[in-house]
Design a protein around this ligand. Structure first.
Ligand code: CTP
Length: 401
């Protein structure tokens, strides 16, 4: 899955011959899973039709402040468009538009949207070689650079004038790759490796039966997704669950029992920066696993249980640089018990959820948590969706590592 998936991309098209390539660019953005809206300068409509772009982007195309095609005039709100965008990409960016952007000129909808947008702005210059080198163009680049706008450099090749040199707009595939790399490189967890456990474990009684629990795995999968969206490479060791992870930065290792989870976790722990153990691991397992299905011959059955290995505690005992996070599900003396676990298992952070809170814990889409760290800082949160809890947790971890 592309890092652009789910992002709102506003493509600003200006009047250069390279505008014909924006049909491919829109298609590639859509293919990457992004939502795309297009704003065109009036001149750009000479090179590519709004109909092509609205069909490909699956959205109306904007080009003037007032939509004159409607019976009653409709104002195209540049402020809303600017705020909608997670990324504004101006491609092709002509010398004229770049100069206007650099100088705050605001004589069309694209420029007004540019001034309203708070998101990162990318621009892909496209012009003839002498225009590209002209001191005023270079000055525009410098100014835009100082504003924090990001240039997707033009390439060298044959230009529309027939001359050969620098000034060709980067190819659509390269524009996408440039933006993906740039977005990824700026993510706070880029270069970090995170190990996460999720879901229940199943402890076999015989070939057809097991001891399990109601954990859905949702919390762990949300944490994995949030970590990957922040750029981390994620190893997700999961017990049996219906959850799925499609992000390219998430590697799922499916396991069944507590011992399988223990083995998988230990084979990766040394290489990770952070470990978050959110799985509901069985604390006990049958001492003997019957080789054949147990028959209901007798009126009662006693299964002797023995403790499973505590995976979290075993990591606390060997951790070096790793930031170690555990979960505690409590029903009484919540804070005290959680603090006890934090210490006993040598954790950096524990996420407490109490079964006394409505909407918290297993199966639900929400959770109500309290973070306690190794400096005894306690932060209690409202009931939130599990994806919001996941980003609160990762923000907390980012502030520490
Ligand atoms: N955990 C683990 N391995 C186990 C049991 C628990 O890694 N065999 C981890 C869980 O993933 C969780 C934390 O330990 O992060 C707390 O689990 P919990 O069941 O609340 O606590 P326990 O330490 O098992 O204590 P108790 O059941 O007595 O409350």
């Amino acid at each position: 899955m592309s890092i652009l998936s789910g992002k709102n991309i506003l493509l600003g098209i200006t009047g250069g011959i390279a505008a014909y390539k924006t049909a491919s660019l829109v298609r590639l953005f859509i293919k990457s899973g992004a939502n795309v809206k297009v704003v065109m300068t009036p001149a750009s409509k000479e090179f590519v039709t709004p109909l092509t772009l609205s069909t490909l982007s699956k959205n109306p195309v904007y080009s003037s402040f007032v939509n004159e095609d409607e019976d009653t005039a409709v104002w195209n709100n540049h402020v809303d468009l600017g705020l909608w965008a997670d990324l504004l990409v101006v491609a092709p960016a002509t010398a004229n538009t770049l100069s206007k952007m650099a100088n705050g000129v605001c004589d069309n909808l694209l420029l007004a949207t540019y001034l309203s947008a708070k998101c990162p702005v990318y621009y892909a210059p496209a012009m003839d070689l002498d225009m590209y080198k002209h001191p005023t163009t270079v000055q525009s680049f410098d100014k835009l650079n100082a504003f924090g706008n990001i240039m997707i450099p033009a390439t060298s090749g044959e230009l529309a004038s027939g001359l050969v040199g620098e000034g060709r707009m980067a190819e659509p595939e390269d524009i996408i790759a440039f933006i993906e790399n740039d977005v990824l490189g700026k993510l706070p967890l880029r270069g970090k490796k995170i190990l996460i456990t999720a879901g229940p474990t199943y402890e076999a009684i015989d070939p057809v039966r097991f001891i399990g629990n109601h954990s859905s795995g949702k919390m762990g999968f949300e944490i994995a997704k949030a970590a990957a969206n922040l750029g981390a490479e994620v190893i997700l060791v999961s017990g049996p669950t219906n959850q799925t992870a499609t992000h390219s930065l998430i590697q799922v290792i499916p396991v069944t029992s507590a011992q399988d989870m223990y083995n998988a976790v230990h084979s990766h722990f040394k290489t990770v920066d952070v470990a978050i153990l959110s799985a509901a691991v069985a604390d006990f397992k049958p001492k003997e696993v019957a080789l054949q299905k147990i028959k209901k011959k007798s009126s009662s059955l006693v299964i002797e249980l023995e403790k499973t290995k505590d995976i979290l505690e075993s990591l606390g005992a060997i951790k070096t640089k790793q930031y170690l996070v555990g979960f505690a599900l409590e029903t009484e003396n919540e804070l005290e018990n959680a603090k006890g676990k934090l210490k006993r298992k040598n954790l950096n952070l524990i996420v407490l959820n109490s079964l006394n809170d409505k909407g918290a814990g297993f199966k639900s889409d929400t959770n109500k948590v309290t973070f306690i760290d190794d400096e005894n800082t306690i932060s209690a949160f409202e009931l939130k969706s599990k994806s919001e809890v996941a980003s609160d947790l990762l923000n907390k971890i980012i502030s520490h590592i």
